[in-house]
Write a protein that binds this ligand. Structure first.
Ligand SMILES: Nc1ncnc2c1ncn2[C@@H]1O[C@H](COP(=O)(O)OP(=O)(O)OP(=O)(O)O)[C@@H](O)[C@H]1O
Ligand SMILES: [Mg+2]
Length: 244
């Protein structure tokens, strides 16, 4: 579904990504692990058309993303939940959700809203509450619900666990797993390796702008692409390594 080849990005002299190869198949949940500054957010922003200069190729369902503006990428079926959630605090929960459906028809929005609220029932009772008065976990749920309003085929989530208590992180990841079970592909960027690996079927480890390790997760067994069975701490040291 999503294929990235030799993808590179720089902020002026700062080379944030070097030759990334990565793919996400339809319906798959893939996590991208990496420590601060590894380039995770840069990759997501670049895929949405909001990132710095890029070389290499990114295709979504066979379409070259580089020729599509941000809103066209949403129409193609890509959605994003940004780091820090990006909800509009002064606007109501309902208005935030409507914003997520801006590229769809009115009838379609009404129907999608019903489905999304069924998945996140707490949002129904908070419909008219300013989004900024929701708790952190509720705001993260709202951000995911808003991304679903565009009826995406794939959602990219940038560190959804950030700043949340462990019990709330669990609820957010359960919601992400449920979205995936409903057939939406997931690209999950995380530093919370344990939780991310519980949701994902495959993983990539990013260190200083390059993929240093990749593999699969099956019934809790982690296997690298070279066939080696890995422990979580080996994955963690691949990106925390000498920096901690
Ligand atoms: N607007 C910018 N201008 C210059 N350099 C930037 C900019 N944004 C990010 N960078 C640099 O690019 C590199 C990757 O940053 P990025 O935000 O993608 O990392 P990250 O993996 O998302 O980190 P974190 O886990 O802290 O969110 C860092 O070295 C960062 O300093
Ligand atoms: Mg980031």
């Amino acid at each position: 579904m999503l294929t990235i080849e030799k993808f590179s990005a720089s902020y002026g002299p700062v080379h944030a990504l070097h030759g990334i190869d990565l793919r996400v198949e339809a319906g798959e949940a893939v996590c991208l692990l990496g420590s601060n500054g590894a380039g995770k957010s840069t990759l997501i922003r670049s895929l949405m058309g909001l990132g710095p200069l890029v070389s290499g190729a990114a295709h979504f369902e066979g379409r070259d993303l580089s020729v599509h503006a941000v809103e066209d990428r949403v129409r193609l079926g890509l959605a994003v939940v940004f780091e820090g959630r990006g909800i509009l605090p002064a606007m109501s929960v309902h208005e935030n959700l409507l914003m997520g459906g801006y590229c769809r028809s009115r009838a379609d929005i009404a129907q999608t809203l019903e489905q999304v609220v069924a998945l996140f029932p707490l949002l129904a009772s908070r419909r008219n509450q300013p989004a900024g008065t929701l708790s952190g976990g509720e705001q993260q749920m709202l951000a995911i619900a808003r991304a679903l309003m565009s009826r995406p085929k794939m959602i990219m989530l940038d560190e959804p666990s950030m700043g949340l208590a462990p019990i709330v992180v669990e609820q957010v990841f359960e919601a992400i797993a449920e979205v995936n079970r409903r057939g939406v592909a997931i690209l999950l960027v995380e530093q919370n390796m344990h939780m991310a690996l519980a949701v994902a079927q495959r993983f990539y480890v990013l260190d200083r702008g390059a993929v240093v390790l990749a593999g699969t997760v099956s019934d809790g067994v982690l296997t690298s692409n070279t066939g080696q069975v890995l422990h979580e701490d080996e994955i963690e040291s691949a990106y925390m390594g000498e920096k901690t």
